[in-house]
Structure formats: structure tokens, C-alpha cells
Design a protein around this ligand. Structure first.
Ligand code: NAP
Length: 287
């Protein structure tokens, strides 16, 4: 029975840890705000008081924290418990430069670095149906097989070298689609309302036609019902748009839509919606 340390038990990390426990793995959790980690005790997780205590003796370390800065800080603090032979699956969204920086940190402290961000939000995390976009060597893949099997429906292995950041590069392209799509849905509904119409009419026209999608249904329903409980927060989506814009700049690819989406997210955050779901970009259409 492999031992897994999960650093970060937020919206994504908590259900991921639960799925590992359900799969029969030994799980130790650490979270900056300890109460969130304690909620997993009832599921059988051991709660660690520090990142170093969490990773001590673990075969696999998973990081699922907000950004590269938080991951770097947690893994630096974990260093006394890290060793060669451990596999570090870095699953947070940290961007291309972030993945490179964290791979270098792994080199310093011993564990094998696997770049493994995920596609899918709170519900797929709960259902164990995430898509894992991964880069790392074969030996680490074998160790991770039961872990990724519990977390996701599919793992796309993209490169033998975790430091290539291939997972994080693909993540930039796919998360760009999801975040911009949400902003477009919100804007269409907002425009209908502004033009004196019931925004639900937009949903009625699109439903069942060629422009319909599960994602459109999910986000339009959230907006129409005023349910902004977070699956993916405005704050983290704004963080991702910054990473995407930088990725585009370094690749010399002109990205216009995501830059505009970033402005909407920033506006929503300054209106006080940072902790709500990114569908709250709806509010950015109004004063
Ligand atoms: P979340 O609920 O906001 O959780 C963020 C986690 O990071 C919490 O554990 C938080 O600790 C911790 N954290 C933040 N700053 C920290 C710091 N300076 N030091 C230590 N810990 C810190 O976010 P999430 O939705 O679970 O997302 C986690 C990661 O997965 C992010 O990179 C996100 O972009 C990515 N992701 C999210 C989704 C999604 O749909 N939600 C999908 C795919 C990928 P506290 O509890 O103490 O605040």
C-alpha cells in the first residue's frame, strides 16, 4: 500500500485525497489552514503539522496548492522529509516557467519531478474523473499508476522529462479555453439582460443546437440561478489568465480573448467576487 502525501486540501486537493483513501492508499494531508485538512480525518487521512512531517516516508508527494509561489514555499519547507526515490506529482496549475522552477527545486532535494496538472473542476475531482496532463519518466509512471488511477479517468503522458513542462504547456492551452468560454457565456447573458430581455432566452436558443455544450449548460445555469458557489474561483482563474498571457508572449502567439477575459476577472475580483466561481465574471458586465 503506497503512502501518499497531499499538500493542499482546497477545492481540488480535498476530494482528490478522499479518492486516494477510497482506493486504499495511505494518505497524509497538510494544509496551511489546518481545519480544512482535519475535515479529512474522518475519511482516514493522517493530518500532518508541517509539510516536512507530511512527506516523511511518503512514496508519492502531491502538491495541489494555488500557485507556483505557494508550491515552492511548501516544498522548500518539506525539504527535510524529501529523499531520492520519492515521486513528486506537481498537480497545481503553475504555468510553464513555474513548472521549470519547481523541477529545479526537485533536483535540489531528491524526488523525481512529474509535471502533472489536471483538466477538470470540483465535480470531476470528486468523481475521480480528472484528465491528468503529465510528463515524467517511466519509473515514476509505474509508481503513480494506482495514484493517478484513483484521481483521473485518463492520463496523457506527454514527455519522459518532467522538467520539460509538457503537461503545464498543454494545461495553458486547455484552461485558456475553459476560462474564456465561461467569460463568453457570462457576457452573452449579460448583454441580453442589458438589452431588456430575460437572459434565460439565450439559454433557450442555444440549448439543443450546434452551439450547445455541457459546459454552456453548467455555467449558464449557475449564472441564471445566481449560484456562484466555487468550483474554480475567480481568483485562481485570474491567476491562470496571467500565466496564459505570459505563455503566449514567450511563444510569440498573439492572445486577445484571454487578455480581455483577464480584465473581466480582475473587475469581478475588485467587486468582491474573488472567492466565487469564475462564472461570477457575469458581474463584471455591470457597475
Ligand atoms: P483553492 O480551493 O483556492 O485551494 C488553494 C490551496 O492553496 C489551499 O490549500 C490554500 O491553503 C493553499 N495556499 C494558497 N496560498 C498558499 C500559501 N502561500 N502557502 C501555503 N498554502 C497556500 O484552489 P483549488 O481550486 O483547489 O486549486 C488548486 C490548484 O489547482 C490551483 O493551482 C488551481 O489553479 C488548480 N486547478 C483548479 C481547478 C478547479 O476547477 N478548482 C481545476 C484544475 C486545476 P488555505 O486553505 O490555507 O487557503
Amino acid at each position: 500500500m503506497a503512502g501518499v502525501a497531499v499538500l493542499g486540501t482546497g477545492i481540488m486537493g480535498a476530494p482528490m485525497a478522499r479518492n486516494l483513501l477510497t482506493a486504499g492508499l495511505r494518505v497524509t494531508v497538510w494544509n496551511r489552514t489546518k481545519d480544512k485538512a482535519r475535515a479529512l480525518e474522518a475519511d482516514g487521512a493522517v493530518v500532518a503539522g508541517s509539510p516536512a512531517e507530511a512527506v516523511e516516508g511518503a512514496d508519492v508527494v502531491i502538491t495541489m496548492l494555488s500557485d507556483a509561489e505557494a508550491v515552492h514555499a511548501a516544498m522548500t519547507s518539506a525539504a527535510p522529509g524529501l529523499r531520492e526515490g520519492q515521486v513528486w506529482a506537481q498537480m497545481s496549475t503553475v504555468g510553464v516557467a513555474g513548472a521549470e522552477r519547481l523541477a529545479a527545486l526537485a533536483d535540489e532535494h531528491g524526488p523525481t519531478f512529474v509535471d502533472a496538472p489536471v483538466q477538470g473542476t470540483k465535480q470531476p475531482a470528486e468523481q475521480g474523473t480528472l484528465i491528468i496532463l503529465a510528463a515524467g519518466p517511466q519509473q515514476a509512471r509505474d509508481t503513480l499508476a494506482p495514484v493517478f488511477g484513483a484521481l483521473g479517468q485518463r492520463t496523457l503522458w506527454l514527455d519522459e522529462d518532467g522538467a520539460s513542462g509538457a503537461g503545464s504547456r498543454l494545461k495553458m492551452a486547455t484552461v485558456s479555453y475553459g476560462i474564456s468560454l465561461t467569460a463568453v457565456v457570462a457576457e452573452s447573458l449579460a448583454l441580453a439582460r442589458g438589452l431588456g430581455l430575460d437572459p434565460d432566452l439565450v439559454r433557450q436558443v442555444i440549448t439543443g443546437g450546434p452551439m450547445d455544450s455541457a459546459y454552456f449548460q453548467l455555467k449558464s445555469r449557475a449564472i441564471l440561478e445566481g449560484d456562484f458557489a466555487p468550483s474554480f474561483t475567480v481568483h485562481n482563474a485570474e491567476k491562470d489568465t496571467g500565466l496564459i498571457v505570459r505563455a503566449g508572449q514567450s511563444a510569440e502567439v498573439q492572445l486577445d480573448v484571454v487578455a480581455a477575459t483577464r480584465e473581466r476577472l480582475r473587475r469581478a475580483e475588485s467587486q468582491g467576487h474573488g472567492d466565487e466561481d469564475m462564472s461570477a465574471t457575469w458581474f463584471a458586465s455591470f457597475d
